[in-house]
Design a protein around this ligand. Structure first.
Ligand code: NAD
Length: 440
């Protein structure tokens, strides 16, 4: 079967029809899709086993990004997000990027960093030398605590000793780098760190401090690029080259200003977080790692940058992404399991490449809108539906109220309330005339 993520008109059909199209595009049975998403994808009994003090579950919309092609392969990408326009924007930008052949991505080996803090170390140079001399034995000890992972080809790979603070403080931190294969790896490396800490403390002649992973997993980065033909970027008002130059100016703004970079990166994370959540992964870990990485030079910088090169707009993103396709709770969460089936990724590295690509697409959509007509036009038109819902619209009233407040360029709860009142009191035939009077 040839997988495609190019499904024109997808947004116009009903939820059931979309499920059928996704089933056809991915080969996952339509009943499986429907069943996995019942009750928001998580039943109460399962939820009660995940966390403590459960009194219910909390639903979020589950959509799919289309047009995503990474390294020549098509993906229908599940996205879980509450913000209107994120899924549409990613799909739309991915379609432009597709015109240049799609995304090119690469992922580092899945190396997580464990940190073992040692305190009260009297002779830090001597301690460092003893630990480094015992490296082989320590890595073997670490592997002993990671037997299942070692069987699957992972395990401890290297070790580094870092002195923090001044000599009087007596602090050393040992980093152990662990190949976690397809697991996110937090539990794996935390357990390993606890196992090896007594040996490290003895070698250092110090006391055991913290033993935990670092979420700044900068040895587990993903890099993604795309080359968009400038023509694909054109709008009704501007040609493609002008739009590309505007996007480069937006990129430079983010490169020069942390205030802008924070919002620029929020746009990147709109796409990444939605995929991370849909695949059952830990988005707090991903967020912590991404922002720490963005600030690694001492100045907070953009995770994605854009350049105009010949007839192409070229985008490049890089960030650490610790994702799993096994472990944690993701195999027991029905909707997360479904996401992995729809994506049909071979493992964690491929998932990270897809997530980073969607992040780059989300960023392109945001900077393109900002550099042209502004973000509000598209965003608010989609936001109008949420406003209509908040005003109490139900069923087909939602689209009708949304259309009315968009047309009036007054996307507020108050306007939606008035529009709803008119729909309900006047019936369809007289509703537009009545609305026109309000708009005026
Ligand atoms: P985990 O504890 O479930 O470990 C993964 C398991 O999967 C291991 O037993 C491993 O042997 C097995 N496995 C099967 N097939 C594998 C394969 N192909 N590759 C690798 N392992 C394979 O999960 P984890 O990934 O160690 O930890 C993830 C969880 O830790 C997440 O729920 C996260 O929220 C949580 N956590 C995060 C932090 C943090 O980020 N700071 C801290 C603590 C816990």
């Amino acid at each position: 079967m040839t997988r495609t993520s190019r499904l024109p008109g997808f947004y116009k059909v009903s939820v059931d029809e979309r499920r059928a199209l996704v089933s056809e595009a991915t080969g996952v049975g339509v009943d499986d899709v429907a069943r996995s998403l019942e009750a928001g994808g998580l039943d109460e009994e399962t939820a009660d086993k995940f966390v403590e003090n459960v009194i219910g579950t909390y639903g979020l919309p589950y959509g799919v990004a289309l047009n995503v092609r990474v390294n020549g392969r098509d993906y229908v990408v599940p996205m879980v997000v509450e913000e209107p326009s994120v899924v549409a924007a990613a799909s739309n930008a991915a379609r432009m990027i597709r015109e240049g052949g799609g995304f090119r991505a690469e992922a580092d080996a899945p190396l997580m960093t464990a940190q073992v803090q040692l305190t009260d170390v009297k002779d830090r140079d001597g301690a460092r030398a003893r630990i480094e001399a015992a490296k082989k034995a320590i890595l073997e000890l670490a592997d002993g605590a990671l037997a299942g992972l070692v069987e699957r080809g992972g395990g401890a790979r290297d070790l580094e000793v870092r002195a923090l603070g001044d000599d009087d403080e007596g602090m050393l931190v040992v980093h152990v780098y662990v190949d976690c294969r397809d697991a996110m790896g937090a539990n794996l490396v935390n357990g390993m760190a606890e196992r090896i800490a007594p040996n490290l403390a003895e070698l250092a002649g110090g006391r055991i401090g913290l033993r935990i992973l670092s979420n700044l997993c900068d040895r587990r980065c993903v890099r993604v690029t795309c080359r968009v033909p400038v023509d694909a970027l054109k709008t009704e008002e501007q040609d493609g080259a002008e739009v590309a130059d505007g996007i480069v100016r937006a990129s430079r703004f983010a490169e020069l200003d942390p205030y802008r970079a924070a919002t620029h990166n929020k746009g990147v994370m709109n796409g990444i977080d939605a995929v991370v959540i849909a695949s059952g992964n830990d988005w707090r870990a991903v967020e912590a790692g991404a922002h720490a990485f963005a600030a690694r030079s001492g100045t907070y910088r953009p995770l994605a940058v854009w350049r105009h090169e010949g007839d192409f707009l070229v985008g490049r993103a890089e960030l650490p992404l610790a994702l799993g396709t096994v472990g944690g709770t993701l195999r027991v969460h029905p909707a997360a399991r479904l996401s992995l089936r729809l994506l049909a990724v071979s493992g964690a590295q491929e998932l990270a490449m897809v997530a980073a690509s969607v992040g780059l697409a989300s960023n392109l959509a945001a900077v393109r809108a900002l550099a042209t007509c502004g973000i509000q036009r598209g965003h608010m038109a989609l936001h109008a539906r949420s406003v209509a819902l908040a005003a109490g619209a139900a069923g087909d009233e939602v689209e009708r109220v949304a259309a009315m407040i968009v047309e009036a360029r007054d996307i507020t709860l108050e306007a939606a309330g008035k529009a709803l009142g008119i729909i309900r009191s006047s019936g369809e035939t007289r509703e537009l005339a009545a609305w026109e009077r309000v708009v005026e």
